[in-house]
Ligand binder design. Structure first.
Ligand SMILES: C[S@@+](CC[C@H](N)C(=O)[O-])C[C@H]1O[C@@H](n2cnc3c(N)ncnc32)[C@H](O)[C@@H]1O
Length: 243
Protein backbone atom coordinates (compact mmCIF):
# COMPACT_ATOMS: atom_id res chain seq x y z
CA UNK A 1 0.00 0.00 0.00
CA UNK A 2 1.41 3.42 -0.97
CA UNK A 3 1.82 5.83 1.95
CA UNK A 4 -0.43 8.21 0.04
CA UNK A 5 -3.33 5.71 -0.09
CA UNK A 6 -4.59 6.50 3.39
CA UNK A 7 -4.31 10.23 2.68
CA UNK A 8 -6.31 10.04 -0.54
CA UNK A 9 -9.70 11.04 0.94
CA UNK A 10 -8.66 13.64 3.53
CA UNK A 11 -5.94 15.05 1.21
CA UNK A 12 -8.16 17.70 -0.39
CA UNK A 13 -9.48 18.94 2.96
CA UNK A 14 -6.03 18.95 4.53
CA UNK A 15 -4.92 21.13 1.63
CA UNK A 16 -7.84 23.56 1.93
CA UNK A 17 -7.35 23.81 5.70
CA UNK A 18 -3.63 24.57 5.36
CA UNK A 19 -3.50 26.72 2.21
CA UNK A 20 -7.09 27.64 1.33
CA UNK A 21 -7.44 27.76 -2.45
CA UNK A 22 -3.83 28.86 -3.06
CA UNK A 23 -2.54 25.48 -4.31
CA UNK A 24 -5.60 25.19 -6.53
CA UNK A 25 -4.88 28.60 -8.09
CA UNK A 26 -1.30 27.48 -8.71
CA UNK A 27 -2.38 24.12 -10.24
CA UNK A 28 -4.90 25.73 -12.58
CA UNK A 29 -2.83 28.79 -13.52
CA UNK A 30 -1.89 27.59 -17.03
CA UNK A 31 -5.09 25.62 -17.64
CA UNK A 32 -6.62 28.24 -20.01
CA UNK A 33 -3.72 27.56 -22.41
CA UNK A 34 -4.14 23.77 -22.44
CA UNK A 35 -7.45 23.13 -24.23
CA UNK A 36 -5.72 22.15 -27.47
CA UNK A 37 -3.77 19.34 -25.76
CA UNK A 38 -3.79 16.06 -27.69
CA UNK A 39 -1.98 13.64 -25.44
CA UNK A 40 -1.32 14.50 -21.80
CA UNK A 41 0.79 12.73 -19.21
CA UNK A 42 -0.17 13.62 -15.62
CA UNK A 43 2.47 12.47 -13.16
CA UNK A 44 1.48 12.20 -9.48
CA UNK A 45 -1.83 13.96 -10.10
CA UNK A 46 -3.25 12.62 -6.84
CA UNK A 47 -7.03 12.77 -6.39
CA UNK A 48 -7.53 14.12 -9.92
CA UNK A 49 -8.75 17.68 -9.44
CA UNK A 50 -6.42 18.84 -12.21
CA UNK A 51 -7.26 15.82 -14.41
CA UNK A 52 -10.96 16.68 -14.12
CA UNK A 53 -10.45 20.31 -15.12
CA UNK A 54 -8.18 19.37 -18.02
CA UNK A 55 -10.63 16.74 -19.32
CA UNK A 56 -13.51 19.22 -19.08
CA UNK A 57 -11.48 21.68 -21.14
CA UNK A 58 -10.70 18.98 -23.74
CA UNK A 59 -14.34 17.90 -23.96
CA UNK A 60 -15.48 21.52 -24.30
CA UNK A 61 -12.86 21.89 -27.02
CA UNK A 62 -14.33 19.07 -29.10
CA UNK A 63 -13.11 15.74 -27.73
CA UNK A 64 -16.09 13.33 -27.56
CA UNK A 65 -16.93 12.53 -23.92
CA UNK A 66 -18.33 9.17 -22.81
CA UNK A 67 -21.61 10.99 -21.99
CA UNK A 68 -21.97 12.19 -25.58
CA UNK A 69 -24.01 9.11 -26.45
CA UNK A 70 -23.04 6.79 -29.29
CA UNK A 71 -19.38 7.56 -30.00
CA UNK A 72 -19.82 6.80 -33.71
CA UNK A 73 -22.51 9.55 -33.91
CA UNK A 74 -20.30 11.95 -32.01
CA UNK A 75 -17.58 11.34 -34.54
CA UNK A 76 -19.92 11.98 -37.45
CA UNK A 77 -20.73 15.49 -36.25
CA UNK A 78 -17.27 16.43 -35.06
CA UNK A 79 -13.92 15.65 -36.62
CA UNK A 80 -12.38 12.80 -34.61
CA UNK A 81 -9.53 14.00 -32.48
CA UNK A 82 -7.01 11.69 -30.91
CA UNK A 83 -7.20 13.01 -27.36
CA UNK A 84 -5.91 11.03 -24.45
CA UNK A 85 -5.00 11.74 -20.85
CA UNK A 86 -2.70 9.32 -19.08
CA UNK A 87 -2.32 9.56 -15.30
CA UNK A 88 0.45 7.74 -13.43
CA UNK A 89 0.63 7.59 -9.65
CA UNK A 90 2.03 5.17 -7.08
CA UNK A 91 -1.20 5.34 -5.06
CA UNK A 92 -4.02 3.11 -6.29
CA UNK A 93 -6.44 4.91 -3.95
CA UNK A 94 -5.55 8.32 -5.41
CA UNK A 95 -6.03 6.93 -8.93
CA UNK A 96 -9.41 5.45 -7.95
CA UNK A 97 -10.55 8.92 -6.82
CA UNK A 98 -9.16 10.44 -10.02
CA UNK A 99 -11.08 7.94 -12.15
CA UNK A 100 -14.35 8.51 -10.32
CA UNK A 101 -13.94 12.28 -10.63
CA UNK A 102 -13.25 11.91 -14.37
CA UNK A 103 -15.92 9.27 -15.13
CA UNK A 104 -17.61 11.71 -17.56
CA UNK A 105 -14.61 11.26 -19.89
CA UNK A 106 -13.38 7.75 -19.12
CA UNK A 107 -13.07 7.07 -22.86
CA UNK A 108 -10.22 9.61 -22.92
CA UNK A 109 -8.47 8.47 -19.75
CA UNK A 110 -5.91 5.79 -18.92
CA UNK A 111 -4.40 5.30 -15.46
CA UNK A 112 -1.37 3.35 -14.32
CA UNK A 113 -0.07 2.57 -10.85
CA UNK A 114 3.73 2.94 -10.90
CA UNK A 115 6.57 4.18 -8.74
CA UNK A 116 7.95 7.09 -10.78
CA UNK A 117 11.10 7.31 -8.66
CA UNK A 118 12.20 4.37 -10.83
CA UNK A 119 11.47 6.29 -14.06
CA UNK A 120 8.57 5.90 -16.48
CA UNK A 121 6.68 2.60 -16.58
CA UNK A 122 7.61 0.43 -19.58
CA UNK A 123 4.00 0.28 -20.74
CA UNK A 124 4.23 3.96 -21.81
CA UNK A 125 7.53 3.74 -23.63
CA UNK A 126 5.98 3.85 -27.10
CA UNK A 127 3.80 6.93 -26.44
CA UNK A 128 4.45 10.60 -27.19
CA UNK A 129 2.94 13.48 -25.23
CA UNK A 130 2.39 17.16 -25.93
CA UNK A 131 1.65 17.95 -22.28
CA UNK A 132 3.36 16.76 -19.10
CA UNK A 133 2.14 17.96 -15.70
CA UNK A 134 3.67 17.58 -12.27
CA UNK A 135 1.67 19.45 -9.65
CA UNK A 136 3.27 19.30 -6.20
CA UNK A 137 4.76 15.95 -7.18
CA UNK A 138 8.45 16.54 -8.01
CA UNK A 139 8.93 17.45 -4.33
CA UNK A 140 8.22 13.77 -3.54
CA UNK A 141 11.43 12.82 -5.38
CA UNK A 142 15.13 13.42 -4.81
CA UNK A 143 17.12 15.41 -7.38
CA UNK A 144 18.61 12.13 -8.70
CA UNK A 145 15.13 10.61 -9.09
CA UNK A 146 13.87 13.73 -10.89
CA UNK A 147 16.86 13.51 -13.28
CA UNK A 148 16.06 9.90 -14.02
CA UNK A 149 12.39 10.70 -14.63
CA UNK A 150 13.18 13.66 -16.90
CA UNK A 151 15.65 11.48 -18.84
CA UNK A 152 12.83 8.97 -19.39
CA UNK A 153 10.10 11.48 -20.22
CA UNK A 154 12.09 13.81 -22.49
CA UNK A 155 12.32 11.42 -25.50
CA UNK A 156 8.54 10.97 -25.23
CA UNK A 157 7.78 14.68 -25.60
CA UNK A 158 6.64 16.01 -28.98
CA UNK A 159 8.54 19.02 -30.37
CA UNK A 160 5.74 21.40 -29.26
CA UNK A 161 5.27 19.77 -25.84
CA UNK A 162 4.82 21.75 -22.65
CA UNK A 163 5.70 20.68 -19.12
CA UNK A 164 3.62 22.41 -16.45
CA UNK A 165 4.96 22.44 -12.91
CA UNK A 166 3.41 23.57 -9.64
CA UNK A 167 5.80 23.53 -6.72
CA UNK A 168 6.72 24.87 -3.34
CA UNK A 169 9.79 27.08 -3.29
CA UNK A 170 11.96 28.87 -0.76
CA UNK A 171 12.83 32.37 -2.04
CA UNK A 172 16.59 32.98 -2.11
CA UNK A 173 16.18 36.28 -0.23
CA UNK A 174 13.58 38.63 1.23
CA UNK A 175 11.09 38.60 4.08
CA UNK A 176 9.40 35.37 2.93
CA UNK A 177 12.60 33.31 2.95
CA UNK A 178 12.39 32.17 6.60
CA UNK A 179 8.59 31.64 6.71
CA UNK A 180 8.75 29.68 3.43
CA UNK A 181 11.63 27.55 4.75
CA UNK A 182 9.62 26.79 7.91
CA UNK A 183 6.50 25.84 5.90
CA UNK A 184 8.50 23.55 3.58
CA UNK A 185 10.30 21.87 6.51
CA UNK A 186 6.94 21.40 8.26
CA UNK A 187 5.43 19.83 5.13
CA UNK A 188 8.31 17.38 4.72
CA UNK A 189 8.09 16.36 8.38
CA UNK A 190 4.32 15.87 8.14
CA UNK A 191 4.52 13.86 4.92
CA UNK A 192 7.32 11.72 6.37
CA UNK A 193 5.08 10.89 9.33
CA UNK A 194 1.87 10.46 7.35
CA UNK A 195 3.14 8.71 4.22
CA UNK A 196 6.73 7.60 4.91
CA UNK A 197 7.99 9.98 2.20
CA UNK A 198 11.76 9.54 1.88
CA UNK A 199 12.61 12.83 0.11
CA UNK A 200 13.34 15.53 2.66
CA UNK A 201 14.18 18.58 0.59
CA UNK A 202 13.00 20.28 -2.57
CA UNK A 203 14.79 18.75 -5.56
CA UNK A 204 16.71 20.83 -8.06
CA UNK A 205 14.27 20.02 -10.86
CA UNK A 206 15.22 23.11 -12.87
CA UNK A 207 18.76 21.86 -13.49
CA UNK A 208 17.38 18.48 -14.55
CA UNK A 209 14.92 20.03 -17.01
CA UNK A 210 17.54 22.41 -18.42
CA UNK A 211 20.06 19.59 -18.80
CA UNK A 212 17.56 17.78 -21.04
CA UNK A 213 16.91 20.74 -23.32
CA UNK A 214 13.85 22.29 -21.68
CA UNK A 215 13.54 26.03 -21.17
CA UNK A 216 11.39 27.95 -18.71
CA UNK A 217 8.97 29.94 -20.84
CA UNK A 218 6.56 31.39 -18.31
CA UNK A 219 6.32 31.55 -14.53
CA UNK A 220 4.24 33.10 -11.81
CA UNK A 221 4.91 33.05 -8.08
CA UNK A 222 2.28 33.19 -5.33
CA UNK A 223 2.21 33.64 -1.54
CA UNK A 224 5.38 35.77 -1.61
CA UNK A 225 7.36 33.11 -3.51
CA UNK A 226 6.26 30.03 -1.52
CA UNK A 227 4.45 28.71 -4.61
CA UNK A 228 5.58 28.69 -8.20
CA UNK A 229 3.67 27.76 -11.37
CA UNK A 230 5.94 27.17 -14.34
CA UNK A 231 5.58 26.41 -18.04
CA UNK A 232 8.57 24.70 -19.64
CA UNK A 233 9.03 23.95 -23.34
CA UNK A 234 11.48 22.03 -25.47
CA UNK A 235 14.30 24.25 -26.56
CA UNK A 236 14.05 25.30 -30.20
CA UNK A 237 17.50 24.84 -31.67
CA UNK A 238 18.30 27.22 -34.52
CA UNK A 239 18.59 25.59 -37.94
CA UNK A 240 22.26 25.31 -38.95
CA UNK A 241 23.08 28.00 -41.53
CA UNK A 242 23.71 26.78 -45.09
CA UNK A 243 27.27 27.59 -46.09
C1 LIG B 1 1.68 15.73 -2.61
S1 LIG B 1 0.64 14.75 -3.63
C2 LIG B 1 0.21 15.90 -4.93
C3 LIG B 1 -1.06 15.49 -5.59
C4 LIG B 1 -1.58 16.44 -6.66
N1 LIG B 1 -0.73 16.45 -7.83
C5 LIG B 1 -1.77 17.84 -6.16
O1 LIG B 1 -1.50 18.78 -6.90
O2 LIG B 1 -2.22 18.00 -5.04
C6 LIG B 1 1.82 13.74 -4.42
C7 LIG B 1 1.19 12.70 -5.35
O3 LIG B 1 2.25 12.00 -5.96
C8 LIG B 1 2.11 10.61 -5.73
N2 LIG B 1 3.46 10.06 -5.56
C9 LIG B 1 4.32 10.29 -4.55
N3 LIG B 1 5.49 9.63 -4.74
C10 LIG B 1 5.34 8.97 -5.92
C11 LIG B 1 6.18 8.11 -6.68
N4 LIG B 1 7.41 7.80 -6.27
N5 LIG B 1 5.72 7.62 -7.85
C12 LIG B 1 4.47 7.93 -8.28
N6 LIG B 1 3.62 8.74 -7.62
C13 LIG B 1 4.05 9.24 -6.45
C14 LIG B 1 1.25 10.47 -4.50
O4 LIG B 1 0.56 9.24 -4.47
C15 LIG B 1 0.33 11.66 -4.64
O5 LIG B 1 -0.78 11.35 -5.41
Amino acid sequence: MSGFDRLSRPYRWMEYLSFGRALERCRFYFLPQLASTRHALLLGDGDGRFAERLLRALVDHGAPSSKAGDPSLAQETRPPKARRVVAVDSSAAMLALLRSRCAFADNLLATYVADLSQGMPDVLRGEHFDLITTHFFLDCLTTEEVKRLVADVRPRMTADARWIISEFAVPTRGAMRLPAWIVVRGLYLSFRLLTGLRAQQLPDYRSALSAYGLVLQDQTVMLGGLLTAELWRCEVRPEPLES
